[in-house]
Design a protein around this ligand. Sequence first.
Ligand SMILES: Cc1cc2nc3c(=O)[nH]c(=O)nc-3n(C[C@H](O)[C@H](O)[C@H](O)COP(=O)(O)OP(=O)(O)OC[C@H]3O[C@@H](n4cnc5c(N)ncnc54)[C@H](O)[C@@H]3O)c2cc1C
Length: 417
Amino acid sequence: MTVLVAGGGIAGIAMALTCHQIGIPVKVFESANQILPLGVGINLQPNAVRELYDLGLSASLNQIGIQTEEWALVGRNGNDVWAEPRGLLAGYDWPQYSVHRGKLQMMMYRAALKRLGPNAIITDSRVIDYHQSKNNVTLHTINKAGAEETHEGSILIGADGINSVVRKRMHPNEGSPIWGGAVMWRGLSQAKPIRTGASFTLVGKLEQRFVSYPINRPDPTTGLSDINWIAELSYDAKTNRPDGDWNKQVPAAKFKDAFTDWDFDWQNIPHLIDSAKEIYEYPMIDRDPIDMWVDKRVGLVGDAAHAMYPVGSNGASQAIIDTRVLGAKFLEYGANNNALAAYEEQLLNPINELVLRNRGAGPIGILGIIEERCGGIFDDIDDVIPRSEIDKYMIGYKTAAGFAKDQLNGSAQTIII
Ligand SMILES: Cc1cc2nc3c(=O)[nH]c(=O)nc-3n(C[C@H](O)[C@H](O)[C@H](O)COP(=O)(O)OP(=O)(O)OC[C@H]3O[C@@H](n4cnc5c(N)ncnc54)[C@H](O)[C@@H]3O)c2cc1C
């Protein structure tokens, strides 16, 4: 019987591709009228890239993104805190990718259309409710014209994002997502890539920071790439928070004064901000971990299960991993409640812990330690903190997030057919 999926984002489409790969019928219901290339840049960690490779998407991924070569933290005065190679350069068997979120979604969507046919992903179909019996699930959807439908399946996967209706139905007393006080402004600007040419850099301190990385190869004529950037400022979390809408555009004037003097000889941050055609505002929100992702024949994946701060570049990565682990359980148990229970048993505790780590700033939490020791301003980081301490901190994070190098390189394929 069919696996029903609520939501056609990264998680929903990865679920569809995985079901197809293992020969299980699947239907995805997406509320948007059309799947469009929305969002700006994201990073995919090697554990997720491995799964996309196993889905036969390596060439397509390489066409739309670039392999990240370095991850660097830079202090407010422009001095390096930490720089480490990433992906293949770091000895992983799979690269890390920097890519436009919308292009990734479209690439996966097109692959799904080609492999599953045009009827497997139904747009303009908003999930509003579900009911389950001993042997199946009935899904209720509505389209923009107000027409309601029901659909029968063996299980339902809620991949409907941070405001998941499926999660709400499972946890009716949970409120809105939680805001910690930080606001992110995200944009894309044309500029020459800095450092390795494929570096992820974060400049600043916990309360005010600027992240940037190229998401495509430089134009051979101009040498310019699309540089994805995120400017972040922290406020009192009791003040009004911005809307949690990924597509909300605002003018640069809203925040750029705070970055006026962030012009280093290697990166002109005010210029990057000014040259973005569109800027999107989004609050740094997440959800408290919950003790149940699975209710008999209904399970949650991706942001619906564990919306987390995007500080460790693992929101999309973990969404993909969830669907692959679930796929492996389908192979072991069939598409049924036993598979869902085994999936929850494997991932719920470690990923709940990751949500809390990311709330504590994830890998960039090291900046808080540096702040405590020297106020964030230093000439030589070695005078502030031993490199071995930073290294240990970073390995701890990667282990928790499932992409520590030796652990990943040495692990068996998630789905073996
Ligand atoms: C438009 C958009 C832009 C984003 N831009 C960025 C970005 O720039 N940077 C970043 O780090 N993260 C961004 N994200 C979030 C990021 O994609 C996720 O954190 C991550 O990829 C996990 O994916 P997901 O599939 O679990 O959730 P999402 O990517 O949020 O996908 C959920 C999908 O479910 C659909 N949906 C929601 N409710 C229903 C319903 N009731 N019925 C049917 N379908 C429903 C949504 O339309 C969406 O397509 C964006 C998300 C969206 C939806």
